[in-house]
Write a protein that binds this ligand. Structure first.
Ligand SMILES: Nc1nc2c(c(=O)[nH]1)N[C@H]1C(S)=C(S)[C@@H](COP(=O)(O)O)O[C@H]1N2
Ligand SMILES: [Mo]
Length: 198
């Protein structure tokens, strides 16, 4: 298994907490709508859009892909940050290895249960700390935190880390996701305090 991120055991939090954020030990659950039910027999993950051949994975097929572990600090736009969170799952980049991207593919719309979406540039997701996670803190994800599969994009505010992911749509043009349509910043870099759109 590949292990990424080396911040575990670092006691020096200074310089690790973005402006306007406070560290919490808790793990609040925040989302719009209700927690979807998981049916392993019908669940699938689709990679589609600007790819030569779309791919559909069952949960078993997803779990068979190489596992990566990341240790990451996460930052919620509501003001809490959580340090050294531990996740395991499949690297976004690993999933892209299953398809041949078309040259025009530059943006991704992450599609979730109940029509929730989040948009992230492809380049950002190809980072080596971006995971489609199925465990948190060495246990299966809990339903409220995104079981069976959620995105983790540590370098962006947490609303981009979509829970209950079912699809990755490759696009040529950017398309705003659920919270981005509702006034949140499209880029969402916590170090630049990109909380809300102008
Ligand atoms: N599917 C889905 N994913 C979502 C959301 C949502 O409403 N639906 N909310 C986002 C927001 S605003 C936040 S802050 C994080 C919270 O993740 P957590 O509940 O695991 O703390 O989930 C993100 N992922
Ligand atoms: Mo949020």
């Amino acid at each position: 298994m590949t292990v990424r991120g080396s911040q575990l055991g670092n006691d020096v939090d200074e310089g690790r907490v973005p402006p306007g954020q406070r560290v919490t030990e808790k793990f609040p659950a925040l989302h719009y709508g209700s927690i979807p039910k998981f049916d392993p027999d019908t669940w699938d993950l689709r990679v589609f859009g600007l790819v030569e051949q779309p791919v559909t994975l069952s949960y078993t097929e997803l779990l068979a892909l190489p596992t990566t572990r990341i240790v990451a600090d996460i930052h919620c736009v509501t003001g809490w940050s959580k340090l050294d969170t531990v996740w395991e799952g499949v690297l976004f980049e690993e999933l892209m290895n299953l398809v041949q991207l078309k040259r025009e593919a530059k943006f991704v719309l992450v599609r979730c249960e109940q029509d929730f979406t989040a948009n992230v540039p492809l380049e950002v997701l190809m980072d080596e700390d971006v995971l489609l996670a199925y465990t948190y803190d060495d246990a299966p994800l809990t339903p409220e935190h995104g079981h069976p599969l959620r995105l983790v994009v540590p370098k962006r505010y947490l609303w981009k880390s979509a829970k209950w992911v079912r699809g990755l749509e490759l696009m040529a043009q950017d398309r705003l996701g659920f919270w981005e349509v509702r006034g949140y910043h499209n880029n969402a870099d916590p170090w630049k305090e990109e909380r809300y759109a102008q």
